[in-house]
Design a protein around this ligand. Structure first.
Ligand SMILES: [Ca+2]
Ligand SMILES: [Ca+2]
Length: 104
């Protein structure tokens, strides 16, 4: 069971790295800080800057990997499928929104 979890974590990490590496608009700018709580949020706009772009899915990726803690409106905005969990599904949805493949 432990091995299965490790394999799942490694697969998730590799998937996210592959998704990030195939984005032609990807810039090297670090993800912006998450917005403070109490403000109105927009699903997918994790950093609250009004647009959905690589900074938003970078925050979700860092959250999934445990390097970033999303709280308040940032957490609500990151939970795009609204299942109560920040997961690879939310990351994928934000990427698809950013690429214009789906609309909310
Ligand atoms: Ca944003
Ligand atoms: Ca979710």
């Amino acid at each position: 069971m432990k091995l299965a979890r490790r394999l799942l974590a490694i697969t998730l990490l590799i998937s996210m790295m592959l998704l990030a590496s195939c984005d032609p608009d990807k810039t090297e700018t670090p993800a912006a800080a998450a917005p403070e709580t109490g403000t109105k949020y927009k699903l997918g706009d994790v950093n609250g800057d009004g647009v959905i772009n690589s900074s938003d899915y970078d925050l979700v990726r860092l959250s999934i990997l445990g390097f970033e803690s999303l709280t308040g409106d940032a957490r609500k905005a990151a939970d795009v499928n609204m299942d109560g969990v920040i997961s690879i599904s939310d990351y994928s949805l934000i990427r698809l929104i950013e690429m214009g493949k789906i609309t909310r």
